[in-house]
Design a protein around this ligand. Structure first.
Ligand SMILES: [Ca+2]
Length: 482
């Protein structure tokens, strides 16, 4: 209650100050209110007393300050209260003035916003309706498509069932075929085995037949050889018989002409010609140093003299691939191709002086010859060295002798002047040099196959014809005419 009184005092004092009281007689107005009654007091305001007064009387100042503070606080509270009341009044006035307007405004606002909202709602409703219609259409389309797909699925299912049935049928067919194939395979294997066995049997039979055929061929060849030998022997026997008859006639004539004289012995064809036989052919001579007879072919020269043939090539009927011993003894048939024999020639040319003549013909039909006035063959110890002198004819066409004074060589007796084996290279037996440009005992090459044959029958008289194998050759000797 005291506080309330003080507050009221402060408010009153403020009103008194606004009344403009003089400064030198200022008074304080104190007002107290109690219930319905109020009391007002005017008090003189204390004067300042300087330093002594302040020190001497602090009590009035402190009280004054407190009262002023309370006064100010009461003043503020009062102002606040008044403001609140004014605000309340203002609110009431505003409500009075603008109450209906605000309601109208709210209604207007509601109306102004409701219409667009309604319009918007209508638009949204329309859109929703359209969307709904569209969705309904889409739904119906989807349903239609689903229905269509269901039908297709059904059809597909039916087709699948059909295909499965067909597949099962095909599987059955395949199983059946597989079974048949297996049977066929088995049958084929069996057939193959049978055929293999039959084939082997046929091969074996063929082999046997071939062996039998070879045996028959061999027998046939032997029979043919036998027949040939028989024919040859028969011919030889006939010739010998003919020669014996001639000899008998000669002997008979000699005995008739010169009874009591010794039997004439022919050592070469010259002896036979001198005896009076002047027909070319095979005769028998006797070489005393060898103590054996020998069949020789004699070429009677109409101009005088008779040649004893020591080599003959004309048709390739005799093989001249012989060894040393065969060339020593001689081979072939004196009536045809033959080699008289190195030993006989050595014996004949050792007892008298002989000349040598070589006659040849090439595959172009040209005939030519070579002759040597002196001809002699050394002994076997001298490897049957040939001595030739005073040549003539086609013996040294290019200044070099086609045949020199060389020793005789065969493949098994190499006496040539080469580190090689000329007989093996050039074939036959001959007086090879190293290996030289002649060999009349070479291989007989037929026409068309005779060119550039180093192992052929050669007498290389000119470079265009070098190593051309000849068609014929004949070597013959006769005693040197004294
Ligand atoms: Ca040699």
């Amino acid at each position: 209650m005291l506080l309330g009184s003080l507050l009221l005092l402060v408010g009153t004092m403020t009103a008194a100050q606004r009344m403009g009281q003089p400064a030198n007689g200022r008074k304080l107005q104190l007002q107290f209110k109690h219930n319905e009654c109020s009391y007002t007091f005017f008090l003189p305001e204390p004067q300042p007393c300087g330093p002594e007064s302040s020190i001497a009387g602090p009590q009035p100042s402190m009280m004054h300050t407190r009262l002023l503070f309370h006064y100010q606080m009461a003043k503020l509270e009062n102002a606040l209260r008044n403001s609140t009341q004014r605000l309340q009044k203002l609110e009431k006035n505003i409500q009075t003035l603008f109450g209906s307007g605000l309601q109208q405004a709210q209604e207007n606002i509601v109306q102004s916003h409701t219409t667009p909202v309604l319009e918007l709602d209508t638009s949204l409703l329309n859109q929703t309706t359209n969307e709904t219609v569209k969705l309904t259409d889409m739904e119906s389309q989807v349903l239609s498509q689903m229905s269509h797909m269901e039908r297709q699925m059904l059809e597909t299912s039916l087709t699948t069932d059909k295909l499965e049935k067909q597949l099962q049928k095909q599987r059955g067919t395949l199983d059946l075929l597989h079974g048949q194939s297996s049977n066929l395979e088995t049958w084929l294997h069996t057939l193959e085995d049978d055929q293999t066995v039959q084939l082997e049997a046929l091969h074996s039979e063929k082999k046997n037949l071939r062996q039998q055929l070879d045996q028959h061929s061999s027998r046939l060849a032997r029979i043919q050889q036998g027949l040939e030998a028989l024919r040859s022997n028969s011919s030889l026997l006939q010739q010998q018989q003919h020669q014996l008859l001639q000899s008998l006639q000669i002997l008979k004539r000699m005995v008739e002409q010169n009874p009591g004289t010794a039997v004439q012995v022919f050592q070469d064809c010259e002896d036979i010609r001198k005896f009076g036989l002047n027909k070319d052919g095979v005769y028998i001579i006797l070489v005393p140093s060898l103590n054996q007879t020998k069949r020789v072919f004699c070429v009677m020269d109409p101009e005088g003299g008779a040649w004893t043939v020591i080599q003959r090539r004309e048709d390739g009927s005799v093989d001249f691939q012989r060894n040393w011993e065969e060339y020593k003894q001689g081979f072939g048939n004196p009536a045809g191709e033959h080699w008289l024999g190195n030993e006989l020639v050595h014996q004949l040319t050792s007892r008298a002086k002989y000349s040598l003549r070589v006659e040849m013909e090439d595959w172009d039909g040209h005939t030519f010859y070579a002759s040597f006035e002196h001809f002699q063959l050394g002994s076997e110890k001298q490897s049957y060295r040939i001595f030739l002198d005073k040549e003539n004819g086609m013996s040294s066409p290019r200044g070099h002798l086609i045949i020199g004074n060389n020793t005789f060589s065969t493949q098994d007796a190499d006496h040539d002047n080469c580190a090689c084996n000329c007989a093996a290279i050039m074939s036959g037996g001959w007086w090879f040099d190293a290996c030289g440009t002649s060999n009349l005992n070479g291989i007989y090459h037929p026409a068309g196959q005779h060119k550039f044959k180093i192992n052929g029958i050669r007498w290389d008289r000119s470079s265009p014809h070098s190593a051309f194998s000849l068609r014929t050759s004949r070597m013959m000797m006769r005693p040197l005419q004294s």
